[in-house]
Structures are given as structure tokens and as C-alpha cells.
Design a binder for this molecule. Structure first.
Ligand SMILES: N[C@@H](CCC(=O)N[C@@H](CS)C(=O)NCC(=O)O)C(=O)O
Length: 213
């Protein structure tokens, strides 16, 4: 049975999962959950994803939610010799990916999500204005983190070294939203971050899913 991705092609978390499928050349089918109609809050959906969020996957009866966990599962199960580098299986290679994935989850995503919420999600989906004070708080938190990214990327091409891995991929969907929110100068003002973002934003896997709606 082809892998089913329950999500929405317009959602960043769904795109993270479909990007991994593209990287792995893994066929998949998106079962569209219309969150404008609240389909992710219906009882049958909550049975699969108790937090009422998209996406989750059904891999021949195995159900899994949380986009980053799904990415790790797919890259562990479906990698071949050419794609194994996405999520290396040797102890040190994997530890470096986990280190950079933790940076994304704890130093990057919270502020980026907050900023994107203020600039895009609140006005577009919640009928609320941007709270400029909160936006500035998110940007103040993010700026020193991005300075550290710029230092890391001064001596290596990607966050774990010479190769693109899941840790880089985890940044893509929300970084694109940051640009869309008019905050691209956060990247452009840092030469190494700018070079890294230009590189990862040109991945075929991202180009394949980024405009799906
Ligand atoms: N940590 C979760 C977050 C999932 C998430 O926030 N999904 C968003 C769409 S990108 C969603 O379902 N939002 C609706 C809601 O939280 O009610 C993951 O990575 O899968």
C-alpha cells in the first residue's frame, strides 16, 4: 500500500514530510485534510492525531504523527545507498544530525513560528492584527541564534558538515514563510546563513512541494 500522508499540501509541516518523500524517491499520496473546515479536529481524526494537528502518516497500517519523527522514520526505513546520508546510521554521524535538529527545534523554530504567526497566520487565518511588540520579541530572540548559525556555517557547508541532512531540511518550510513574511533580511544580512539558505531553498524536493496548495 502506498504511503498515505494525512495533511494539507499548503501546510509547512506537511511539506516537511512530503519533501522527505521526494528526497527518498518514495511514492506517497496526500489525503487532504481541510483545516479551514476543521477536519483536523473531528473525532475520527483525533483518534489518529490526539493533538488535532496535521500531518500524520499511515504506512501500511503503521500510524505516526509529528513531522520530524515521521521524517526520521521514513529516512531510517526507506533510505538506499544514495540517500542514507540524509540520516546517517553511524553513531557520530547521527549524533551530529540530532545536535543540529535540536538547534532547529529549540533555537530556531519557536521564534520563527512566533514571528510568522504574527505576520502571516494571525492576520490571514485568525482575523487578528499583528502584535508588533510580540513580533519584536520573537525577532530579538532569533537574532543572536542566527549569529550562532552564521558562525557554524562559516566553516562548513551544512549544519552537520559537508552533507545536506534532515537537520537542514527541517529548516526549509518555515524559513520560506519567514521570507514570505518580509523578514528575509534576517538571512540576507548574514553571509554564511544567506549562502546556506540559497543552497537549501534550491533543493529539488523543496521546489517540488513548495507551491502545492
Ligand atoms: N509538531 C507538530 C506541529 C504540527 C502543526 O503545528 N501543524 C499545523 C499545520 S503546519 C496545524 O495542524 N495547525 C492547526 C492546529 O494546531 O490546530 C509537527 O511537526 O507535526
Amino acid at each position: 500500500m502506498v504511503l498515505k500522508v494525512y495533511g494539507n499540501p499548503a501546510s509547512p509541516c506537511t511539506r516537511t514530510v512530503t519533501m522527505v518523500c521526494k528526497e527518498l524517491n518514495l511514492p506517497y499520496e496526500v489525503v487532504v485534510i481541510d483545516f479551514t473546515k476543521g477536519e483536523h479536529k473531528l473525532p475520527e481524526y483525533i483518534k489518529k492525531q490526539p493533538f488535532g494537528q496535521i500531518p500524520y502518516i499511515d504506512d501500511d497500517g503503521f500510524v505516526l504523527y509529528e513531522s520530524r519523527a515521521i521524517a526520521r522514520y521514513l529516512a531510517s526505513k526507506y533510505a538506499n545507498a544514495d540517500t542514507a546520508i540524509l540520516y546517517p546510521s553511524d553513531f557520530q554521524g547521527r549524533a551530529l544530525v540530532e545536535q543540529a535538529a535540536s538547534i532547529e527545534a529549540f533555537n530556531f523554530y519557536p521564534s520563527v513560528y512566533g514571528a510568522v504567526s504574527e505576520r502571516i497566520f494571525k492576520p490571514a487565518f485568525r482575523g487578528q492584527p499583528t502584535d508588533e511588540t510580540r513580533l519584536q520579541e520573537h525577532l530579538s530572540a532569533l537574532n543572536p541564534k542566527l549569529d550562532a548559525y552564521d558562525k557554524i556555517l562559516d566553516t562548513q557547508k551544512y549544519l552537520t558538515g559537508d552533507n545536506f541532512t534532515l537537520a537542514d531540511l527541517f529548516h526549509i518550510a518555515y524559513s520560506a514563510l519567514l521570507e514570505q513574511a518580509g523578514l528575509g533580511s534576517l538571512f540576507e544580512s548574514r553571509p554564511n546563513v544567506a549562502r546556506w539558505w540559497k543552497d537549501i531553498a534550491a533543493r529539488e524536493s523543496w521546489l517540488a512541494v513548495k507551491d502545492a496548495a
